[in-house]
Design a protein around this ligand. Structure first.
Ligand code: IMP
Ligand code: MG
Length: 177
């Protein structure tokens, strides 16, 4: 059974739902008079964004992009390519990026740079999880669900080898190679 592969739960379904509702209220206060484009980063953010936008009390549009990131520790450099990008022209738009987890920060650093080149009016970032102890580049996080320790988390959209995204809570696997 799926749940037997989980060593311990980091965040229960209830903890997540409570925090997502709080984030929704906080973000709703900031965007009360705006109609942002909410951009989810595929695949990990799909469950978070679905729950989060249902707690928004302002108008918004929703779109997704997919990036693939590559980071070479030995060279201290990395690159991010956009694999799926239907959002097109965002000049003058307010953009709210939704991410599942920020680890080293390299993926988002590169993505933020790419989006800034398209001259949006504003870019804010909301992440469900962050691992502060792993950060290698500074990322301006506007809204954050939870800080977690340096453990590999799965569930609620987060995967290991493409699996475990459908768990309703966030946990740590028994063994990760
Ligand atoms: P970063 O560029 O190091 O910040 O990597 C961020 C990406 O790595 C996230 O979008 C996730 O796809 C993946 N990732 C990092 N840590 C975890 C984790 O604990 N569980 C699942 N995916 C993770
Ligand atoms: Mg991701």
């Amino acid at each position: 059974m799926l749940s037997q592969e989980i060593n311990h739960v980091l965040l229960s379904q209830e903890q997540i739902q409570t925090r997502v509702a709080e984030l929704g209220r906080e973000i709703s206060r900031d965007y009360a008079d705006k109609t942002p484009l909410v951009v989810g980063i595929l695949n990990g953010s799909f469950i978070f964004i679905a729950d989060l936008v249902r707690n928004f009390s302002f108008h918004c549009q929703v779109a997704f992009i997919q990036v693939s990131s590559y980071y070479d520790d030995t060279k201290g450099s990395g690159s991010v390519t956009i694999k799926y990008d239907p959002i097109g022209d965002i000049e003058g738009r307010d953009i709210l990026i939704i991410e599942d987890i920020i680890d080293s920060g390299h993926t988002l650093a590169a993505l933020l740079e790419l989006l800034q080149q398209r001259a949006p009016a504003s870019v804010r970032l909301c992440t469900l999880l962050t691992k502060p102890s792993r950060r290698e580049v500074d990322i301006p996080v506007d809204y954050c669900g939870f800080e977690i320790p340096d453990e590999f988390a799965v569930g609620y959209g987060l995967d290991y080898a493409g699996l475990y995204r459908n768990l309703p809570y966030i946990g740590v696997l028994n063994s990760v190679v």
